[in-house]
Design a protein around this ligand. Structure first.
Ligand SMILES: [Zn+2]
Ligand SMILES: [Zn+2]
Length: 374
């Protein structure tokens, strides 16, 4: 079967012919990959800045945002041929003392010795066929066939909002008169960045009732601004408006959802966070030389304003299940806007060029859709 792999030792990237994967008999699941999303992490791996092959192997098959169709499942798997599935990325560490991993929450692993499919120590999904265990696969309704490759990036918003609601139970933050499905009614959210993670986050915040503003580099009109406005959020260009102008246009946000990975710009935006506000960081910046930060200003505001800054990474099984349900609601509410997030479709052969080229559009995906083996 064909797969796209990197070999960090040789600084090589290309399509390989690999043996057909073997399914674990009783519960193992064999899937035919349909679509694989490309994100900033994949681009870093393709530049050999990141990514670790499985132990003892020279190469790593990349790709962690997937949608696949079940070809064959063991009798105990609870999945059937033809089911659509999204497979989770992270696998637990083996340390008996790692409570999150032992409790099935590898997304909170504290040893750092977890594995991630397509990122570290486990092959990823940019391959024609993949096997895994059913507890790491989430079934997707057939109606979401065209958008379910967005499930993994949506799990980031799903988990982030779970963190926010858990943290903000510390005070009377929400309006008790707000409808239960719109707990954010009367609160303001700013999303930093209008990539797929930012725009899916904006949809989640709008759905939760927040007055939502997306703050992103490029001046409108552009594709990202068009989606932002079509879903009912405000778009403010960071090239045209500084943080004070943003705060004036949107009001001081009660929640900031960072989805840029640009450390300096993100932390600067803590300056406009409202008292009692929550600031969620989801981006992973590239390593840089230390820069100046108004540390006393930051500390004063966080303490005197009872603010919380929280980081969140990856997602657990519950977040994946919730993301599939959320994606279904988005699909009914914003079918065109959701589909508009996928701006590039590429073959496996073209993927290396996309990964190493200049990013454009919103979301690039690789379409595999190989034959059903007989
Ligand atoms: Zn990703
Ligand atoms: Zn662990």
């Amino acid at each position: 079967m064909k797969a796209l792999a990197i070999a960090p030792g040789q600084r090589a990237i290309g399509v390989l012919d690999l043996p057909f994967p073997e399914r674990d008999g009783q519960v193992g699941v064999l899937v035919r990959m349909l679509e694989v999303g490309i994100c900033g992490t994949d681009r870093e791996i393709a530049r050999f800045e990141y990514g670790t092959p499985p132990p003892g192997e020279p190469g790593l098959v990349i790709g962690h945002e997937s949608l696949a169709e079940v070809i064959e499942a063991g009798p105990g798997a609870g999945l059937a041929e033809g089911d659509l599935v999204v497979t989770m990325v992270r696998r637990p560490c083996s340390d008996p003392g790692c409570r999150p991993c032992r409790a099935g929450r590898a997304d909170f692993c504290r040893t750092g010795r977890y594995a991630e499919r397509g990122i570290s120590s486990r092959h990823g999904f940019m391959a024609e066929y993949v096997t895994d265990r059913p507890e790491f696969m989430i079934r997707v309704p057939a109606e979401l066939r065209g958008v379910a490759v967005l499930t993994e990036p949506l799990t980031i918003a799903e988990k982030a909002l779970e963190q926010v609601w858990a943290l903000q139970r510390r005070l009377p933050w929400t309006d008790p008169a707000a409808p239960p499905q719109e707990p954010g009614r009367g609160l303001r959210a700013v999303v930093l960045g209008a990539g797929p993670v930012g725009l899916l986050g904006a949809m989640a915040l709008l759905e939760a009732g927040f007055d939502t503003t997306v703050y992103s580099r490029s001046p409108a009109p552009n594709a990202k601004a068009a989606v932002t406005q079509a879903i009912g959020a405000r778009y403010v260009s960071a090239e045209q408006h500084d943080l004070d102008a943003l705060a004036a246009a949107a009001g001081p946000p009660d929640l900031v959802y960072e989805a840029t990975g640009a450390a300096q710009a993100a932390l600067a935006a803590t300056r406009i966070l409202a008292p009692n506000g929550a600031f969620v960081l989801t981006g992973v910046p590239r390593a840089q030389a230390p820069r100046l930060l108004d540390s006393s200003g930051l500390m004063r505001r966080v303490v005197l304003g009872n603010q919380v800054i929280v980081g969140t990474v990856n997602a657990g099984h519950d977040s994946y299940v919730a993301a599939v349900a959320t994606l279904g609601r988005f699909y009914r509410r914003w079918p065109g806007e959701l589909a508009a997030l996928i701006t590039g479709r590429h073959s496996l052969e073209a993927a290396a060029g996309v990964l190493t080229g200049e990013p454009s559009g919103i979301k690039d995906i690789v379409v595999l859709d190989g034959p059903v083996p007989r």
